[in-house]
Design a protein around this ligand. Structure first.
Ligand SMILES: NC(=O)c1ccc[n+]([C@@H]2O[C@H](COP(=O)([O-])OP(=O)(O)OC[C@H]3O[C@@H](n4cnc5c(N)ncnc54)[C@H](OP(=O)(O)O)[C@@H]3O)[C@@H](O)[C@H]2O)c1
Length: 325
């Protein structure tokens, strides 16, 4: 097998494509021949030692992948050789093969392409947990999505529309805003050229959004929070801007608003049954055509560094997927 190895977590430049012994699965594990792996923002952080998960060195990055089960470890009965699966494992995806815990593999129904499956669990599970579970978003409510053209942002547009909400998508360029409109956003805000707080007020008649979905943080958080509606719910999803914002507590008091933390990984660990139910609902929604990952482009696995560069320079619209021949 071959894989991108991180021996020294100093950044993307230090990754090397290496031939490794093809591993055999232990009890409860399977070997997956990887067909596709998607790039998520945490993949960028983990190779720089900036992510909360710090795997022992060396490790193969690539949190999320899809492929075909090739070998079964002892005691694995819920999967078969030849079965198509998707897996969000945290590491291991940027290679040709990987050992996965059988319990972590999502068996794929027929007609679920590997490219879509590799770009599915992280974004939809996060946005479903955030909007449906944590914010209790209801039909007719207004949701503002920041970083709306990115991976989790684009999935949040689709989930919010599936729930029947009015969606204001905010992004840094006019091109990204047009992309969000194409995904079903009702309105857009280009925060690269517009004042965010004034634009939100203008689009909501001064009332503000009921829910704000924020995977960006940084300088956007305070103006967005200042514009939130009475009883609003502000979803803390991530800090792609690099800076963790701080908010004066009086703003929450004045609006009767909630600051709601979103940790999909924590949810999946603490509440595995609820998490599995949500995932099953999302697979059903995919089958019904209500959600579908938007693929920015696919690149050969060998071009991982180009994919990382595209994500780091904020060029990705939707999801980038690496594929094996
Ligand atoms: N809480 C959870 O459970 C959970 C789960 C998954 C991901 N996340 C987090 O969600 C965030 C987004 O992840 P993603 O995979 O959707 O990433 P992504 O596809 O790269 O999207 C991130 C968006 O953030 C914006 N951005 C602003 N400043 C940026 C900067 N300096 N560098 C890069 N992007 C910047 C960009 O939009 P504009 O150019 O339009 O501003 C970009 O589209 C990450 O912080 C990730 O860790 C959290």
């Amino acid at each position: 097998m071959f894989a991108w190895l991180c021996e020294n977590p100093t950044g993307v430049d230090a990754l090397t494509w290496q031939e490794l012994p093809t591993p055999e699965p232990a009890a409860g594990q399977v070997r997956v021949a990887i067909r596709a792996a998607s790039l998520n923002f945490p993949d960028l952080l983990i190779v720089q030692n900036k992510y909360q998960l710090k795997p022992p060195l060396p490790f193969v990055p690539g949190a999320e992948y899809a492929g075909v089960v090739e070998a079964l470890g002892a005691g694995v009965t819920r999967l078969k050789v030849g079965q198509n699966v998707a897996c969000l494992a945290g590491t291991g995806g940027f290679g040709t093969h990987v050992i996965a815990e059988a319990a972590m593999c999502l068996p794929l129904p027929d007609g679920f392409p590997h490219v879509d499956a590799a770009a599915f669990i992280m974004i939809y599970a996060t946005s479903h947990h955030a909007l449906v579970d944590r914010a209790r978003l209801r039909a007719g409510e207004t949701v503002l999505i920041l970083g709306a053209a990115g991976g989790v942002g684009s999935s949040a547009i689709q989930i919010a529309k599936a729930v029947g909400a009015r969606v204001i998508a905010a992004a840094s360029t006019a091109e990204k805003c047009a992309f969000c409109k194409g995904l079903g956003a009702d309105e857009t805000i280009d925060y690269g050229s517009q004042d965010l707080r004034e634009a939100i007020k203008g689009l909501t008649g001064g009332k503000g959004p009921d829910v704000i979905y924020d995977p960006v943080g940084g300088a956007l958080a305070e103006p967005a929070f200042r514009a939130i509606a009475w009883r609003g719910r502000y979803l803390v999803v991530g800090f792609a801007a690099g800076q963790i914002p701080a908010l004066p507590f009086n703003l929450a008091l004045l609006k009767g608003a909630s600051i709601v933390g979103v940790s999909w990984g924590g949810f999946a660990r603490q509440e595995p049954e609820a998490s599995a139910e949500a995932l099953a609902e999302l697979v059903r929604w995919y089958g019904e055509g209500r959600i579908k990952p938007v693929i920015d482009r696919t690149l050969p696995m060998a071009e991982l560094k180009a994919a990382y560069a595209r994500m780091g320079s904020r060029e990705v619209k939707g999801k980038l997927v690496l594929v094996n021949p």
